[in-house]
Design a protein around this ligand. Structure first.
Ligand SMILES: [Zn+2]
Length: 255
């Protein structure tokens, strides 16, 4: 089924090196022309100023500078520089101040044990950060984790509500794999989230299906091997589009 949804498609640094920045952007350009869909490109968790500047120059529509590993002042300084440069080119900047923990894979740890080691986003601090940097989107940590777990990580939706009241920019929700549907729906209804990152569920669908296909076959033509793998990933994407549809914005890349 064709969902006809607007999308954000992104690459991490690793994925960008794998595809090549220009190859990735050309592929999306081609797809835009073929489908007439509104598709934005995002550079996800850009680790530094130079990498994000390269993404802006190459023609990404959004860049996410992840300065959560830096001291607050340093993070503000770099984010602010990027916002000024990006806005001159009509590119949007997503910023991050509180690290979103976990990796894009299946975890054996409990979500609570990882959440406990994180620093949940404080609404007042977030408001000050956004005022100082002028970022367009803030990636918040409200219990959302990268990866999937034996149990769904629960979101601190009351905190999200307070952040949404105080912060003047849009918000993003990383760790969109393996969440409770009701948590996701309520988070969207709060009104400021315009971007939900999904990755791990796509990676798992890809790998599991590919393993199954290869196990029962001696086929060597990739175009014959891949259709069920693509269909499995597409199914997850379509389910997410339907879940997120309240806002017509979703993202497939990291998480
Ligand atoms: Zn992320």
């Amino acid at each position: 089924m064709n969902q006809q949804a607007s999308l954000i498609v992104e690459t991490s640094s690793g994925e960008m090196e794998h595809f090549g920045m220009k190859n990735f952007l050309s592929l999306i350009d081609n797809y835009r022309q073929e489908t007439d869909l509104e598709i934005l490109t995002n550079f996800d968790h850009g680790p530094g100023l130079e990498e994000c500047q390269a993404a802006i120059e190459a023609g990404y529509n959004l860049v996410h500078f992840d300065g959560s590993h830096l001291p607050y002042e340093e993070n503000v300084k770099i984010t602010k520089i990027l916002v000024e440069q990006a806005h001159q080119k009509g590119v949007l900047v997503e910023a991050e101040m509180d690290r979103i923990l976990g990796e894009s894979r299946a975890h054996l740890e409990t979500p609570e044990s990882i959440q406990a080691s994180g620093s949940y986003t404080d609404p007042d601090r977030a408001a000050a950060f956004v005022a100082e940097t002028g970022c367009d989107i803030l990636a918040v940590f409200i219990g959302n984790l990268h990866g999937v777990y034996q149990q769904e990580p629960r979101l601190d939706l009351e905190r999200l509500r307070l952040i949404a009241q105080k912060v003047p920019c849009f918000l993003s929700l990383h760790g969109g794999s393996g969440l409770l549907e009701d948590d996701v729906k309520e988070a969207i209804q709060i009104g400021k989230i315009v971007k939900i990152n999904v990755n791990t569920e796509l990676r798992l669908a890809y790998r599991t299906t590919l393993e199954n296909v290869l196990r029962g076959s001696d086929e060597v033509a990739i175009y014959k091997i891949m259709p069920p793998v693509i269909a499995a990933v597409q199914k997850v994407v379509e389910e997410k589009i339907q879940l997120f549809r309240q806002k017509q914005t979703c993202l497939f890349g990291h998480q």
